[in-house]
Design a protein around this ligand. Structure first.
Ligand SMILES: Cc1ncc(COP(=O)(O)O)c(C=O)c1O
Length: 621
């Protein structure tokens, strides 16, 4: 810690106005309760109304701050005040309200500039978030400088939003994306990075903190090395800004991106900061109102920074809300909560590691408040664990965290991730640990059944697979039966329970199907295996078996089997499955990512049906 304010109690009255504080995380966290005046977390919690609500009858334990942070009253009230008292379009009106709104919007820009220590507020571009900020640079700067053979370096730790825009830019220019590797702890291999850098490297894109593992990257070193190679660096600060003070000059980067909603501000607003000369030389991103100097049909000239990159009416309320969030977080003081967050991380890591069968993924030397883990014994998919934690009121993120290449690096399809903000407490960690112990013991009781392979009646050692007969005369008739049931179940939870129940009754075939060596169904976050065949009793009919390592997906498989297995292949192909999903209101209780997985299963079933209908070979059996 750099000054005595680190020891202050952050009651509203004593919160600092000024920013300052530590350059990074503590190397080793102090034991709990060792501070003379510890950070007063209960005081700041009162600023966040949502933290005193209940979920499923239990007090909310919000541990998904990496996805988005909660909003303090100061932000909620400021946005409300804007709409109540100041709402007008900016930059265009000569009347009072428009001037008030413009001033509030531009004031927010000044706050952002001070917050990140930008040399010039005109270098601060408001975007919709980190994703748009990175896309802006990839679509303008990258496309204008990259040539065939040039290279863009991204790290293995990146979020898809810091991979895909560069792939698109590379595809358009003939450049190539190369990957900086990490070690088994989740630390970037800086030696390998140095070796990858060459005269061909034009852009380096790395995150400041990994959203999936919490690794804090040595961005200053990364920028120094890149500068020597003549490359520009974009730092994705999405997971940094809410935890540590940001200083773009000290980092030495060329572009810095972050999202307001991960910094206690509203969704829909974010920031791209860039070096002025670069932004000035870059072509505009989107064309439209506010970004022009003059327009004729022959020629258009563009506005000065920052307007050149802010076409159209921006998210005025969002920017003002972000300004309020910056005031709020700097008022609490990074140095005041720094130790608290690091202690939470170390306490949670210790407690989680004590749970048998739980493996923490990501043990980097320096970490922000993010812990990813998997439950291996008894094995429980991240999705199922997340669903059960929710029943205990604990909100965590499960899945690939938009980091599929990173998940592949650790050879896991998904993790469970707890991510902290300064308003989290050791009680939150205790609630997570208690809930995990509970679901673990429940899963443990079931695991022998799950592990048992299917054996054919009176067969030798060879397992057999059950291919269900038709459940109804046609897919449409089966769909009607489902629709009747779903209509009776009037809320989302009841429908979810019903699908889980169907999954519980699905014959266990996971190990058997996986053991066949068939490829996983693509698009699914959990592991799904599906195998089909022509009905031995009727050459025009399709039968299929499938299983997954997530309960809810097993439920979806049961639905698909009742709809399609044993049906005429032509009927399977003709059936409007999307219409059926809409009819039963599947969107209400199945996430968009889960829907992608479901679409993957449907594609596989339809392609098997096409084979059967075409008199092709026996499915993929
Ligand atoms: C490291 C990182 N980069 C980028 C993003 C994308 O942020 P947004 O969805 O706000 O644009 C996220 C979001 O989780 C992230 O964690």
């Amino acid at each position: 810690m750099t000054n005595s304010t680190a020891r202050e109690t952050s009651s509203v009255a004593t919160r600092r106005e000024a920013r300052g504080g530590p350059a990074g995380p503590a190397a080793a966290a102090e034991p709990l309760g060792s501070l003379v005046n510890p950070f007063d977390v209960q005081s700041v919690r009162k600023d966040f109304p949502i933290l005193s609500t209940k979920v499923n009858g239990k007090p909310l334990v919000y541990l998904d701050n990496g996805a988005t942070t909660q909003k303090p009253n100061a932000v909620i009230d400021r946005i409300s005040r804007y709409y109540r008292e100041e709402n007008a379009n900016i930059h265009r009106g000569v009347y009072h309200l428009s001037q008030v709104a413009t001033e509030a919007y531009e004031d927010a820009r000044r706050k952002v500039a001070r917050f990140i220590n930008a040399p010039d507020e005109r270098e601060v571009i408001f975007t919709r978030g980190t994703t748009e900020a990175i896309n802006l640079v990839a679509a303008t700067y990258a496309r204008s400088v990259l040539k065939p053979g040039d290279e863009i370096l991204v790290s293995s730790l990146e979020h898809h939003s810091n991979i895909v825009p560069w792939q698109i830019a590379a595809g358009a220019t003939g450049a190539r994306v190369r990957v900086i590797p990490i070690d088994d702890d989740g630390d970037l291999l800086l030696d390998e990075y140095a070796k990858l850098l060459s005269g061909r490297t034009k852009i380096v894109a790395v995150n400041h903190v990994s959203n999936a593992l919490g690794t804090i990257n040595e961005v200053r070193t990364i920028c120094n090395l890149a500068r020597r190679a003549g490359a520009k660096v974009l730092v994705d600060g999405a997971q940094w800004v809410a935890h540590f003070p940001t200083d773009v000059r000290e980092i030495g980067c060329d572009f810095y991106a972050f999202s307001g909603h991960k910094l206690f501000g509203p969704t829909g607003i974010g920031v791209l900061w860039g070096q002025r000369e670069l932004l000035e030389a870059m072509p505009p991103y989107m064309g439209g109102g506010d970004m022009i100097e003059s327009v004729t049909f022959e020629k258009t000239t563009y506005a000065q920074l920052p307007n050149k990159f802010e076409a159209g009416t921006p998210d005025i309320a969002g920017a003002i809300g972000l300004g309020a969030a910056i005031d709020y977080v700097t008022g609490v003081g990074f140095d005041a909560f720094h130790d608290h967050e690091q202690r939470l991380l170390s306490y949670a890591t210790d407690q989680l590691k004590k749970i048998p069968g739980l493996r923490v993924i990501g043990t980097a030397k320096k970490k922000a408040g993010v812990i990813s883990f998997v439950l291996e014994d008894p094995a429980l998919s991240a999705l199922d664990a997340g669903t059960r934690l929710d029943r205990e009121g604990v909100a965590v993120r499960t899945g690939h965290h938009c980091c599929q290449p990173l998940m592949a690096r650790f050879n896991v399809p998904a993790t469970i991730r707890a991510s902290f903000a300064f308003y989290n407490t050791t009680e939150d960690v205790d609630a997570l640990v208690a809930a995990l112990k509970k679901i673990r013991s429940e899963a443990g009781a079931k695991s022998p059944v799950i592990a048992a392979p299917q054996r054919g009646a009176g067969a030798t050692k060879e397992p057999t697979i059950q291919f269900p007969e038709a459940s109804a005369p046609s897919p449409a008739a089966a769909a009607d039966e489902f629709a009747d049931v779903f209509e009776m179940l009037d809320d989302r939870d009841a429908r979810n329970e019903y699908v889980l129940d169907l999954g519980a009754k699905l014959p266990q075939a996971f190990d058997t199907l996986k053991g066949l060596g068939i490829p996983r169904v693509p698009g699914c976050m959990s592991e799904v295996y599906l195998i089909g065949r022509m009905d031995p009793g009727s050459a025009e009919r399709l039968q299929f078996a499938a299983d997954a390592n997530a309960e809810i997906v097993r439920g979806l498989i049961a639905i698909l089997q009742k709809l399609f297995s044993g049906q005429r292949a032509a009927d399977v192909l003709a059936f409007d499955v999307e219409g059926f999903f809409r009819r039963i209101g599947l969107d209400q209780f199945i996430s968009a990512q889960r829907r992608n997985g479901l679409a993957g299963m449907v594609r596989r079933i339809k392609s098997l049906a096409a084979e059967v209908a075409g008199g092709g070979k026996n499915g993929n059996e």
